[in-house]
Write a protein that binds this ligand. Structure first.
Ligand SMILES: C[S@@+](CC[C@H](N)C(=O)[O-])C[C@H]1O[C@@H](n2cnc3c(N)ncnc32)[C@H](O)[C@@H]1O
Length: 155
């Protein structure tokens, strides 16, 4: 099973790339974590934000194969505790399909991506910057895996 993080944004600052890599490399082969960057739509003076979100959505949807479990990272979603995430991780492993975890860009996820998701997960009631969401997500997936195997990292 692969955990595919589909995240809008390229050229992340070094601390983001290093933070994600720190946890990505700790994941086992049978539960590998992949980061797939989605180029952002054009923004700037006179840019049409709705159009940028639609372009990002088109790019994200093009990567969502039919045989996937899809989780949208969404402030308005359901909060999952780390033990709940570990239970879900066990369920995903049993199911065997790859899991896509969707992170929107500065203006959020395209509504079509939210509609495709099997679950919406809120990390907190705070709106977090999307680069930071990558790091928190990677750490929580690693933490959930350590919990599911009884590794002392989680205590
Ligand atoms: C800067 S936020 C976008 C804010 C936008 N107003 C919205 O409501 O989605 C960028 C992305 O980070 C993720 N995100 C930010 N805060 C989050 C949170 N507390 N829980 C889950 N995902 C979050 C979401 O995927 C969001 O699309």
């Amino acid at each position: 099973m692969k955990l595919r993080v589909l995240a809008v944004g390229t050229r992340m600052p070094g601390w983001v790339a290093e933070g994600v890599e720190e946890y990505r490399k700790r994941m086992p082969r049978e539960c590998s974590l992949l980061i797939e960057e989605i180029p952002p739509g054009p923004r700037g003076k006179n840019a049409d934000v709705a159009r940028a979100i639609t372009q990002e959505g088109d790019r994200m949807l093009a990567r969502l194969d039919a045989d996937l479990q899809i989780v949208a990272l969404d402030v308005q979603g359901r909060p999952w505790s780390t033990p709940e995430l570990a239970t879900r991780l066990d369920g995903w492993k049993l199911d065997g399909r790859d899991v896509a975890l969707l992170i929107g860009g500065p203006d959020g996820l395209d509504p079509r991506c939210l509609a495709r998701a099997d679950a919406r997960w809120s990390l907190s009631r705070l709106t977090l910057p999307h680069p930071l969401v990558r790091v928190v997500l990677a750490e929580q997936l690693y933490r959930a895996w350590t919990l599911s195997i009884g590794h002392p990292y989680h205590r």
